[in-house]
Design a protein around this ligand. Structure first.
Ligand SMILES: [Zn+2]
Length: 164
């Protein structure tokens, strides 16, 4: 029997609040990138630099609304383009990246709370970033999962639930 779970709203977590504050105050967020040498680094990217704090707050609302409403990624991207300008493709890429990183924070927090120790790397057939990692087992605390935050990654972690 599946245990009913409650998903924490990222906006109400400390990490979510810090994320919102950085968006509004600094006009951007920390983005995970892979260097040519294959190491991961986190860099601040000012993707809302040209906007007023009020408009930045609206973008934060938009990103968080993906968790509290049924708004799709496509709709979110469209609204982001309206506020931020730029092309549709960029808005879509940014919206996906930002929603995914908050989703990962929420999911892994929940995995730990539920005592889950391992996860299986799941990969979509069209994904090109992590080909070859499909079906492999990693500890939930393995830093390898940070790579789910890479732009273009659409993989996910399937938690391994063991009955106690
Ligand atoms: Zn991937």
């Amino acid at each position: 029997m599946a245990v009913p779970i409650t998903l924490p709203n990222p906006e109400l977590t400390a990490a979510g609040r810090a994320y919102r504050e950085q968006l509004v105050r600094e006009g951007g967020s920390i983005v995970v990138k892979k260097t040519k040498a294959g190491t991961l680094c986190r860099r601040f990217r000012p993707w809302l630099a040209g906007l007023s704090p009020k408009a930045r707050g609206r973008v934060a609302d938009l990103i968080f609304s993906a968790f509290t409403s049924c708004r799709s990624l496509k709709e979110t991207a469209k609204d982001l383009k309206t506020i931020r300008g730029g092309c549709e493709g960029t808005a879509y890429r940014i919206a996906r990246r930002e929603i995914r990183r908050l989703q990962h924070e929420r999911d892994f927090l929940q995995f730990r709370e539920r005592g889950i120790r391992q996860g299986i790397w799941r990969i979509d057939l069209e994904e090109g970033v992590h080909t070859g990692r499909s079906g492999k087992l990693f500890a939930i605390d393995d830093p390898i999962w940070t790579e789910l935050d890479l732009e273009g990654c659409i993989c996910w972690c399937e938690p391994v639930v063991t009955d106690l």
